[in-house]
Design a protein around this ligand. Structure first.
Ligand code: 3H9
Length: 699
């Protein structure tokens, strides 16, 4: 049973027990309704307490149930709340740790609420592209005031119970318990104290007004619209709360219901719900059980004090984990430390970091010029030059000095982790940790699992990643891992588009309108066009028949490497990041086109977007079928967190699912007919073809 029923003296207690967070799935909702029926039928019971077992009162509606037939099955949450409101005996919510979404709505449907201090209270539905759909938009404004409620509903942010208890005139909490430990006892005592009070108070009967009325809501709408481009839910939250101030309670509920149902069907909400689950799924590795013992990581060594090494070190310092940095020369160490110091100082100046925290972080950082000094550290991350010979020298040294059981990680972005592991006598301890630049800012971490990497090493690095607040995604060993392998195909399509008639600005604009943070050419300029050039030089040797546009090579031959040289696909003014189109680059592309005898054609934004995105999808499908990635949602996380894929589209694989894989394959077949494109590339990956034929999806 996911809700238990017990009677303590004259008080019935219904305990939600649906781990991990007492999501209000069908069986829990049924359990509450059953408990209510038992309590009302038992003449000895004078009051009813609803509480939650384990680490939450309730995290809300069961997100995993959304979209399944169970979600709409009676009793739905609104019906359960109607049962609470109709109870002849007082119902008291006893909340602790987490009271969110439908969980908070359930509590607001009770007659009274007792809360433990430290309880995170939120209506976070907006983060899932929804609004509270079980009366949250109608009841919360009645309990804490319109502005405070709208603020919580529109941001979805959690507020601690003790803070909310200080809102003047709030009626959300009837009592704040002394502590979480005494909550149960205090809730029982409270229940006894109100057992005979009549009439029973109902939130629906409280007034709901804002003194400025429409003017306030117009102001709120303007604010919200400015901040929530691409997402319909926040503005709808304003509409629903405004309805609470203008309509009778049940009419306001009807407005909320209608909006909730409409939002549930939007691609934006589907994407956000996908991301919520994908983020949590990413930390799970199919063949590494969740109870795999992890190694203790109390100290870290970082080899290399360059931009990457410094950024990596900061992650651990931020998490309170001591870091020892190693370099070959004192000057390099000094430069690295100065950069870290500068980064922190700028945070202090902006008020983002307190001075004592800064001091504490810097005190955790030590340096050395000798490998022997690293012997005692639990994990080492190498961030040296991307050249296999250099890595070999480093890993041989690490193998010599590191204590048994230490984890040896490489931050390589391209090299073969199995080969790197083979430089040691302990390949089971070697793993790839591909941080993205700037490493102290970017959320993504690709964890590259070598053929011999031990399961407990994988389990450990996933825990460590969480500690340093990264979203870790596991990749097998292949050229470019998940992200860079896919971006190469995306870049190739970008090149073909130039050959066929586009300018870099046209391509970038089209994909940015689709929602990407940056188009492929602006991204190339930011990352450095010389990186792709080096990869292509390798590729033409490995795959001499590979078709690609030579425009990027021509650009690099002119020394236009991007922002770092002040010129790439665009021009840049020192100190600014604005991309200014350059006529010579456009002419270079036109000349190249002429030399190839291509007559340019007008290419629609739709075709640009499809070719770029489906290039990602097809390569993603190959990555999945090769087992480089264990789930499509991992690929989505890589693209969302590391490559600026639009959040509201939920990642390339999710987007393809939404478009329909059949449609994706049809488009690919069309692209394959284009003689200037690469027919071989557009042959759908077998997995994609199979899923499309079966009418299935990636996720
Ligand atoms: C809603 O309520 C709609 C209503 O208004 C109307 C209905 C008609 N359901 O985050 P964690 C799982 S919409 C199912 O790592 P933490 C999560 O998937 C809902 N499962 O832990 C994970 O599972 P697994 C509004 C849920 O301690 C595990 O719990 N509510 C739910 O860092 C641990 O998650 C929200 O949006 C759920 N509602 O944080 C709340 N919530 O182990 C969303 C979590 O299998 N949840 N799980 O991977 C959160 O913000 C955080 O999970 C929470 C715990 C703060 C609760």
């Amino acid at each position: 049973m996911t809700a238990q029923y017990q009677v303590h003296g004259n008080v019935a207690v219904i305990t939600l027990n649906n781990p991990p967070v007492n999501g209000l799935g069908l069986s829990t909702r049924q359990g509450i309704a059953d408990g209510m029926a038992s309590a009302n039928a038992d003449a000895a019971v004078t009051a009813i307490v609803i509480t939650g077992a384990g680490k939450a009162f309730s995290g809300g509606a069961d997100i995993k149930e959304f979209g399944s037939p169970k979600a709409g099955q009676e009793p739905n949450l609104n019906s359960v709340i109607a049962v609470l409101e109709a109870s002849a005996k007082p119902v008291i919510a006893a909340m602790h740790t987490v009271a969110m979404g439908g969980g908070l709505e359930l509590a607001m449907g009770c007659h009274y609420r007792v809360v433990a201090p430290g309880c995170s209270v939120a209506l976070p539905e907006v983060k899932l592209g929804l609004l509270p759909g079980a009366g949250g938009t109608q009841r919360l404004p009645r309990l804490i005031g319109v502005e405070a409620a709208l603020n919580m509903i529109v941001t979805g942010e959690a507020v601690k119970s003790e803070m909310l208890a200080m809102v003047p005139g709030q009626k959300l909490f009837d009592k704040v318990a002394a502590s979480a430990d005494t909550l149960a006892e205090e809730a029982l005592a409270f229940a006894r104290s109100v057992a005979d009070v009549r009439p029973l108070p109902l939130v629906r009967n409280l007034p709901c007004k804002h003194p400025q009325g429409d003017a306030y809501f117009q102001f709120a709408r303007n604010m919200v619209n400015g901040m929530s481009k691409n997402f319909p839910a926040p503005a709808k939250c304003v509409d629903a709360v405004q309805a609470a101030t203008k309509k009778k309670f049940d009419d306001g509920m009807a407005v909320e219901r209608e909006i909730f149902i409409a939002l549930m069907a939007t691609p934006e909400s589907k994407s956000l719900r996908h991301i919520f689950l994908a983020e949590r799924a990413a930390s799970k590795i199919p063949d590494v059980p969740s109870d795999t013992p992890v190694r203790e990581i109390k100290s870290i060594a970082v080899i290399g004090a360059g931009t990457m090494g410094g950024g990596i070190a900061m992650n651990f310092l931020n998490a309170g984990i001591p870091v020892k940095m190693l370099e070959m020369k004192q000057e390099a160490l000094d430069r690295g430390i100065a950069t870290i110091r500068k980064n922190y100082e700028s945070q202090v100046k902006k008020g983002k970091l307190k001075q004592d925290k800064y001091d504490q972080r810097m005190s955790l950082l030590s340096t050395t010029l000798s490998y022997d000094d690293l012997a005692g550290t639990d994990m080492v991350i190498e961030a040296v030059f991307e050249e296999i010979g250099v890595k070999e020298a480093v890993f041989k040294e690490l193998d010599r000095v590191m204590k048994p059981g230490a984890i040896l990680a490489s931050n390589t972005s391209t090299l073969d982790v199995d080969k790197i592991a083979s430089f040691t006598k302990r390949p089971e301890d070697v793993v790839g940790l591909h941080f993205f630049s700037p490493a102290n800012v970017m959320k993504l971490l690709e964890v590259v699992r070598g053929k011999k990497t031990a399961k407990d090493v994988m389990a450990t690095v996933m825990v460590v990643a969480k500690k340093i607040k990264k979203i870790a995604v596991v990749s097998g060993v292949c050229d470019g891992f998940i992200g860079n392998r896919m971006v190469e195909q995306y870049g190739r399509q970008g090149g073909f588009l130039l050959d066929e008639g586009c300018t870099p600005a046209q391509v970038d604009k089209a994909i940015e309108k689709f929602g990407f943070a940056m188009g492929p050419f602006r991204m190339g300029d930011l990352a450095g066009n010389d990186i792709g050039w080096a990869i292509r030089k390798r590729r033409v040797v490995e795959q001499p028949d590979m078709k690609y546009s030579k425009t990027a090579d021509l650009l690099c031959e002119k020394g236009r490497f991007g922002q770092k040289t002040g010129a790439g696909w665009y021009d840049y003014v020192a100190g600014k990041r604005d991309a200014i189109p350059n006529a010579d680059v456009v002419k270079m592309i036109e000349d190249h086109r002429k030399a190839l005898g291509i007559t340019p054609r007008k290419i629609s934004d739709e075709e640009i977007v499809q070719r770029l995105v489906y290039a990602l999808v097809n390569e993603g499908a190959r990555i999945l079928e090769e087992g480089i990635s264990s789930k499509a949602s991992d690929i989505d996380m890589v693209y969302l967190m590391g490559y600026g894929f639009p959040i509201h589209r939920g990642g390339p694989m999710n987007y393809a699912d939404q478009v329909g894989l059949f449609n994706v394959v049809q488009a690919m077949k069309r692209f394959a007919q284009n003689p200037l494109d690469d027919a071989k590339f557009w042959a759908p990956a077998p997995l994609l073809a199979k899923l499309a034929a079966e009418g299935k999806t990636f996720n």
